[in-house]
Design a protein around this ligand. Structure first.
Ligand code: 9MR
Ligand code: ZN
Length: 578
């Protein structure tokens, strides 16, 4: 497939399908009349297409049309040069949710994927050997389990914690939309499979805690493996020193897990809370924060994060909810205010002050060393962010949708206003975009799908707080984007849609000898910032929304990652409950 071919079809739809009771958008690139035909070729609706407008991100002239009320069924939408299949049903997103969760199962490490669960996508047990302590090579420890992070076989605590948080919140908020049996090894054990799958990662996160309470940053080799199957990837793995961000993320997700699993496994719930409290104590006793950077000779994903204040905020919110101890929410509020203005930190809080100032220095340093992170300047906590480096929004979910007024009336109201304002700005981006994509031109970065899905999450939260229909349709458009209503006319989810990603940057998909990619992964998508030279060579001046290659080597545009699946699970699970 080339990007020129993708311009041929002038009608772009959500290739998987639309909800009977939800808005149904299609994008058209020709100002020609459109008509909708049922499966017996009878016309059921006709539409005039007004003037197209120019979409800066894609360079296309495009119009998004609302197809109106259509009963369940399969239809064809046509104009004089193109046609597209339109599926309408009551529960269009069940397949999406289930397949994205099952995708995480395919990332399981330390065990075999057996045919009865994995179909043709089996592999033998991988990464079961003892790992070596990076700092003291004489020490080894066997830490198995967890999910492979992405297209590589590394396992990293922060991204894992964030992924699990998305799953647990999906279950807690939208349980009926995401609790199907998924044919994984634990299916039928009395716990919903979304929690069974999350538990696989949680058990690994628990194993990543050092005796003193800190959490190791990651468990990887010193380099990315070639495109081989995981069981053939036998070079030594290293236990990489702890970081503050990994520790705070682990604390937060374990506190969240403690309340989520209480009814299914009280012993696990207790264990998770003990580990969280111990991790938090380590953070309190070790405030000499400096961001994790890869030591010399270690060349896997850095997941460098210059700001730990959002991780601490999230951890305090979760610890308060699960323990009811007031000091945690006081701390959360304090952090929220400090982040707004470092000069407001009183003298007696010098430790925090130093931490924040150090962060400013770190931002400058890291921006130079890892330019692709575009580290933001310190200016408050962004509670509309739910990704691996900025988790303030997860603390926001905890306060706004669970603690509510128990967070303190004034604090709750402030957080609510903050979220409403940020999500309004996000909706503005949707309305400014030719394809109703919640991205500005500059948001097409490595893993742009995270911006798309984070923004959808923020609009979902707004909808839950206000019932605003425009927020609901704004969020829905992001699901449509991921399933084909986009400038590339492509479903970014492997295995779903009539025209979907075929060559993700995913080692098993590239090495298993099977033509089709492993199903159930959403790829990072268009990225015009810090792309590989070969991507630039092929795409040149292509507009941002089309800066994408469906080619295996293109980690910069076509990799998969656990924490890109998970926010999409959250959003799709929400729509599944409507
Ligand atoms: O998701 C990460 C993205 O925000 C960064 O810009 C990018 C560049 O380093 O790295 C991404 O994370 C990768 C990680 O470092 C290693 N595993 C694969 C991840 C997805 O590409
Ligand atoms: Zn493995």
């Amino acid at each position: 497939m080339s990007n020129t071919e993708s311009a041929i079809n002038s009608i772009r739809v959500n290739q998987l399908g639309y909800g009977t009771h939800l808005p149904k958008y299609a994008a058209v690139l020709e100002a020609k009349p459109l008509a909708l035909f049922d499966s017996e070729d009878r016309q059921v609706a006709g539409y005039e297409v007004p003037e197209l407008s120019f979409d800066e991100a894609s360079g296309d002239n495009v119009y998004v049309i609302d197809l109106g009320d259509i009963p369940s069924g399969t239809y064809t939408l046509k104009n004089s040069d193109s046609s597209a299949t339109v599926n309408v049903s009551d529960k269009p997103f069940t397949t999406l949710v289930n397949s994205l969760i099952k995708g995480l199962y395919y990332q399981r490490c330390g065990c075999a994927l057996e045919a009865k669960h994995a179909g043709i996508f089996t592999h033998k047990a991988c990464h079961t050997a003892p790992s070596i302590d990076w700092e003291d090579r004489s020490k080894t420890k066997t830490i198995t389990g967890g999910w492979h992070d992405a297209g590589d076989y590394g396992k990293y605590v922060s991204p894992g914690a964030v992924t699990v948080a998305h799953l647990l919140y999906s279950y807690l908020l939208f349980g009926t939309g995401c609790s199907d049996d998924l044919n994984i090894p634990e299916t039928g054990n009395g716990t919903p499979d979304i929690l069974n799958e999350a538990r696989f990662e949680l058990d690994w996160i628990l194993r990543m805690q050092r005796e003193d309470g800190a959490f190791y940053h990651k468990l990887t080799k010193d380099h990315f493996a070639p495109f081989i199957m995981p069981e053939d990837d036998t070079d030594p793995e290293y236990i990489v020193p702890p970081s503050h961000t990994a520790t705070a993320d682990a604390v937060a997700v374990l506190a969240l897990a403690s309340r989520t699993y209480r009814e299914f496994d009280p012993a696990f719930s207790d264990r998770a809370l003990d580990a969280a409290v111990k991790g938090y104590k380590w953070l309190v006793d070790n405030q000499d924060f400096s961001p994790y950077i890869n030591p010399h000779g270690l060349n896997t994903g850095p997941y460098t994060d210059t700001r730990v204040i959002d991780e601490l905020f999230w951890a305090c919110c979760e610890l308060y909810l699960v323990t009811g101890e007031g000091s945690y929410i006081e701390e959360a509020e304090r952090l929220y205010n400090f982040a707004k203005d470092v000069d407001s930190v009183p003298e007696e809080d010098m430790i925090f002050r130093q931490m924040m100032i150090k962060q400013e220095e770190a931002v400058m340093y890291i921006n130079k060393k890892y330019p692709f992170f575009h580290t933001p300047k310190l200016s408050g906590l962004d509670i509309a962010e739910f990704g691996w480096s900025n988790v303030a929004g997860l603390g926001g979910l905890c306060c706004l949708l669970f603690l509510k007024k128990k967070a303190g009336e004034a604090f709750y109201n402030e957080l609510r206003e903050d979220l409403l304002k940020r999500s309004k700005d996000i909706l503005q981006r949707v309305n400014n975009s030719g394809y109703r994509t919640a991205l500005r031109v500059e948001d097409y970065v490595w893993g742009s799908i995270i911006n798309v899905m984070n923004n959808a999450m923020a609009m979902v939260v707004n909808y839950l707080l206000t019932g605003r229909e425009d927020m609901l349709s704004g969020a829905l458009s992001q699901i449509d984007y991921s399933l084909g209503l986009n400038a590339l006319d492509l479903s970014f989810v492997t295995g779903l849609g009539s025209r979907s990603v075929q060559n993700p940057h995913h080692r098993p998909s590239g090495a298993d000898g099977i033509d089709a990619p492993v199903p159930g992964f959403i790829v990072g998508g268009p990225n015009k910032r810090f792309t590989y030279p070969f991507t630039k060579e092929k795409l040149g001046e292509t507009p941002a929304a089309k800066y994408y290659l469906d080619e295996t080597p293109s980690a910069d545009t076509n990799e998969i990652a656990i924490y890109w699946n998970s926010p999409a699970i959250f959003v799709a699970a929400f729509f599944n409950t409507l």
